[in-house]
Design a protein around this ligand. Structure first.
Ligand SMILES: [Zn+2]
Length: 422
């Protein structure tokens, strides 16, 4: 079925000039024509959406989520969502994944990169979305992240160490159907792990990167400490998650311009995840300016932005107090505390993100031949990132999957309020 959309503004690609009063034709899941060609291709079966007051933009990409976790605060037993998932029945976990991904979709997120879950839950669901059995955003999944014994996120069940075993862990994820390889290069929020210290030796990381690349899989390194950041850069990883520049001894800012130069030269994408407890509405950030409590904790992020590091947007949704519907809030914080322009932030969640995920031939901009993933907005996000707050309509693969916040699942409208975690 064909759909013609006539928006007042078409943000076809955030790094380019938007187009005024330019129609776009969607046919069979892809962008079939833009401009006069689109009008000329209209026939009797074409549905039209006239929206002269609104802006059409590419669907958003959240480059860092964990769909198997709830994103809630501590539960009644005082456990955070990561620990609450230990021993959780797989069916309950699968239901949680579906709830989470559909909430993300209704908020305008048409692609997610899942940076770590339980293999037998996340990979079959990603496949079910791909084959159209269940409504959701397209999912790229790492399966389970490779970590050390008892290391960060050991409970996702992919512990390995030593060159041979980490290589085998890569091959296991490849065999299971992972789209990329995720490595916990430093510790993290898991009790007993050390975020400031590297978990793997240089030779282990070199082996992981070499084997992932042999299998044509990108490799992503979770790294808070500078030691781990330096090692994943030396190993030739493709993306760095968090990239917190923590000094080994005491965790204070330890930004290294020489390493940043290599990140830029090697075109490594950095996803500084901005989770629920680290993000604020833009009004509040603008009012406080440099006096905002969190201003100093974003210093190294601002340094990376100023240096020209390719930045992609990610929420870490699923971790404590981090729901799946507020990528927009993360993006507002990237403007207010990260010093990014609205256009560069929009690019970080569309065209740059698509490049980082190696999906640039399919998504990230609205061009003829690309998948029809788009969102209809009340304002222009190139001028004010807050326009992303409440998309009027979300289209994924040419199908309208959400309107006014509600997901359409097999004809039933679902109230997104019932899906939002908080
Ligand atoms: Zn994460």
């Amino acid at each position: 079925m064909k759909t013609l959309i006539r928006p007042g503004i078409l943000v076809w690609k955030p790094s380019a000039e938007p187009l005024a009063n330019t129609p776009i034709l969607i046919d069979d899941g892809v962008v079939a024509a833009i401009g006069d060609d689109a009008e000329h291709a209209v026939d009797g079966s074409t549905a039209t959406i006239d929206c002269p007051e609104q802006t059409l933009a590419p669907g958003l990409i959240d480059c860092h989520v964990h769909l198997v976790w709830s994103g809630r605060g501590d539960d009644l037993q005082g456990r955070n969502p990561l620990y609450a998932a230990i021993g959780m029945p797989r069916a309950a976990m699968a239901a949680q994944v579906i709830t989470n991904m559909q909430a993300a979709l209704a908020s305008g997120v048409t692609t997610v990169r899942d940076c770590g879950g339980i293999v037998e839950v996340i990979l079959p669901i990603a496949q079910a979305v791909r084959s159209g059995e269940v409504v959701g955003p397209r999912i790229l999944s790492s399966g389970a992240p490779i970590t050390t014994t008892g290391g960060h996120c050991w409970f996702l069940e992919n512990e390995a160490e030593g060159v041979d075993l980490v290589r085998q862990a890569v091959r296991r994820m490849h065999k299971a159907g992972a789209d990329f390889i995720k490595v916990m290069a430093t510790g993290g929020a898991t009790l007993g792990s050390n975020p400031r210290a590297a978990q793997f030796s240089q030779s282990e990381l070199d082996a992981i990167a070499a084997d992932a690349h042999r299998l044509a899989l990108p490799v992503s390194g979770h790294a808070h400490g500078t030691e781990g950041i330096e090692r994943v850069v030396a190993a030739g990883f493709d993306t760095i998650e968090h990239c917190s520049w923590q000094r080994l001894e005491d965790g204070v800012d330890d930004y290294r311009p020489s390493v940043v130069e290599r990140i830029i030269e090697q075109r490594i994408f950095v996803c500084k995840t901005i989770a629920g407890f680290q993000r604020w509405p833009l009004e509040e950030l603008e009012a406080a300016g440099q006096a905002h409590d969190a201003w100093q904790s974003y210093a190294t992020f601002r340094d990376m932005v100023a240096a020209g590091v390719p930045i992609v947007a990610g929420t870490d949704a699923g971790i404590t107090d981090t729901n799946f519907v507020h990528l927009n809030r993360t993006m507002e914080t990237m403007v207010g505390l990260g010093g990014m322009t609205p256009a560069s932030v929009l690019a970080s969640a569309t065209e740059t993100a698509a490049e980082a995920l190696r999906l640039e031939a399919e998504v990230g901009s609205l061009e003829v031949g690309k998948r029809a993933d788009c969102i209809l907005l009340h304002g222009n996000p190139l001028e004010d990132v807050r326009a992303l707050r409440e998309p009027e309509m979300v289209m994924c693969d040419g199908v309208i999957v959400a309107r006014g916040g509600g997901v359409r699942v097999a004809g039933a409208a679902v109230d997104p309020a019932s899906m939002a975690v908080r």
